[in-house]
Design a protein around this ligand. Structure first.
Ligand SMILES: [Zn+2]
Length: 127
């Protein structure tokens, strides 16, 4: 099991979730994320989470036994990347790092949060 702190995100992952967010708009996009050595590296699509990622709809009991799963990313089809009450509930139930991206879905439109909804800073790396 990897217990390393998440400290960075690959720039390619940012491009991936923003592309997916644009494609899903005006609906929400949602996915889990994988990490490697403390760096968020790729999206991991979960069954049943397409278009919605509220705590009520994400099938947490269906999550694969995969300790490289670091957390979640979802989009807000508006201009706020602040977590909603439902988002905070989800953050507290699974994972270490949670990202919300919003319009216009560019390199500066996302924020990352810990399981309590406190904003955390991630370095952007290119791997
Ligand atoms: Zn949300």
């Amino acid at each position: 099991m990897n217990r390393k702190r998440i400290w960075a995100i690959d720039v390619g992952l940012i491009e991936s979730f923003n592309e997916s967010a644009k494609a899903s708009s005006p609906n929400e996009f949602a996915s889990a994320m994988r990490e490697e050595n403390g760096v968020l590296t790729e999206l991991v699509f979960l069954p049943g989470s397409i278009g919605s990622f509220t705590s009520a709809t994400v099938p947490l009991h269906m999550l694969p036994i995969d300790f490289s799963l670091a957390g979640t990313v979802h989009s807000h089809p508006g201009y706020s990347n602040r977590p909603s009450d439902e988002d905070l509930h989800l953050f507290g139930s699974f994972g270490k790092v949670h990202i919300i991206t919003c319009m216009p879905y560019d390199i500066t439109s996302w924020r990352s949060y810990d399981k309590d909804g406190n904003e955390i800073k991630l370095e952007i790396v290119d791997i």
